[in-house]
Design a protein around this ligand. Structure first.
Ligand SMILES: [Fe+2]
Length: 147
């Protein structure tokens, strides 16, 4: 699948560049196709410590109860299997969430006070969730899960 990156805010879109960036509003011309926009482990069968510190871990909780009587699916994401540091020089800046490869939300994180984690309550109970995290030193890393 093709990936396009916004040169203004770093947001990634799948398949095609949008008319306007859904995060920062930059116009289509700000997007460039970038095959290596998302980092990948050199060997997915044998993850390095760096891989384990950056690949998001996704936990899905059906019907969490916060929204009474409705469909509410929680999608928790933690970075990563080994917890990533959250200090001024090195931290997870944000997590971008997608449902069926359509962007749904960016969650910004601050160093020191935030854990490298986020959650969304979705009004959806099927589809493919993608989470991309951005580390200020090591770039974008991705994970996927089915609702
Ligand atoms: Fe990092």
């Amino acid at each position: 699948m093709k990936t396009f990156e916004c040169k203004v805010c770093g947001h990634i879109e799948f398949n095609a560049a949008p008319e306007k960036c859904l995060v920062c509003g930059a116009l289509k011309q700000a997007f460039v196709e970038k095959a290596d926009a998302i980092q990948k482990p050199a060997n997915p069968a044998v993850l390095t410590e760096a891989d384990k510190k950056h690949i998001p871990q996704i936990v899905i909780v059906k019907e969490c109860g916060l929204i009474p009587g409705g469909c509410c699916t929680d999608v928790h994401a933690r970075v990563g299997e080994i917890e990533h540091v959250m200090i001024d020089k090195h931290y997870i800046k944000y997590l971008d969430y997608y449902l069926d490869y359509k962007f749904i939300s960016r969650i910004w994180l601050s160093p020191n006070v935030c854990h490298p984690a986020a959650a969304l309550h979705l009004n959806a109970n099927s589809g493919k969730i993608t989470v991309i995290e951005n580390c200020n030193v090591h770039g974008n890393w991705m994970a996927e899960a089915s609702l």
